[in-house]
Design a protein around this ligand. Sequence first.
Ligand code: SER
Length: 317
Amino acid sequence: MTDPRMLVIGANGQLGTELTTALSDLYGADRIIASDVSEPAQPVAHFEKLDVLDKDRLHQIIREHQVEEVYLLAALLSAKGELNPMLAWQINMNGLLHVLELGKAGVLKKIFWPSSIAVFGSTTPKNNTPQETITSPDTMYGLTKLAGERLCAYYARKFDVDVRSLRYPGLVSYKAPPGGGTTDFAVDIYYHAAAGKDYECFLQQDTTLPLMYMPDAVKATLDLMQAPAQQIKVRSGYNLAGFSASPAEITTAIRQVIPDFTTTYAPDFRQQIADSWPNTINDQQAKDDWHWQHQYDLKATTRDMLENLAKKRPGDQ
Ligand code: SER
């Protein structure tokens, strides 16, 4: 009997790229199947092409590789979702339902699905936003995340599906680019600074948002999935906090390393999305239930991002 396999759906994305590597390091590459709608930029041990809306193909991959655990990361993010709301609904909801149904059928033993700070809306308390609070999202992306959270809680309660979820803040990383979110500025700004360019930001300078450096996001995901089931008290999505910062604060942090870096501001439609999200998040429940603790603050993130981007060759992703 071989060890059960794990499938990452959306493995080429910003989070998928790094989570696939982390899972391979932890469990062995032979147990990890990466999948995405397009071929990966770098070769991975086991890759399957998969459109998450293609239920038959999903079932086939799960059957053929004896997959028992799924990380469903394929999604349309907030900014792209506003440009194509119907597609965001289809991808974000139907993909999740296909996977939850496989949990209900007993084929999948464990499921991870990412939620987001986008479940909150303009009427949510903005500071130290609690786990349980007003969730009335203003974006299609946020709507799908809230509906998805309720589906996860429903399948867990009603059908005993072991599904777990985190409300990620905006993720900052240098390995693979983010795909159309409102928090993309917090990645783009470092790419520009490292390339010796100034940055024109699509948000106002004082727009403070919850952010997290990728190593913390990966660690949170692994910690959550490894915790004993009885410790998982929240089956919708756990609040998760790293640090909070505005574009002006990130600029100041970058200037500690690159003194002549400057940012200009030209807010676009994403400003309204950002304005509907919290400034800071209370993640006490995650700390209490499965001992979550972040490591990277703005300064440490800035240092690591700039160091690693400086090592990347032009043309690297
Ligand atoms: N980073 C995401 C976005 O900006 C939020 O979950 O859409």
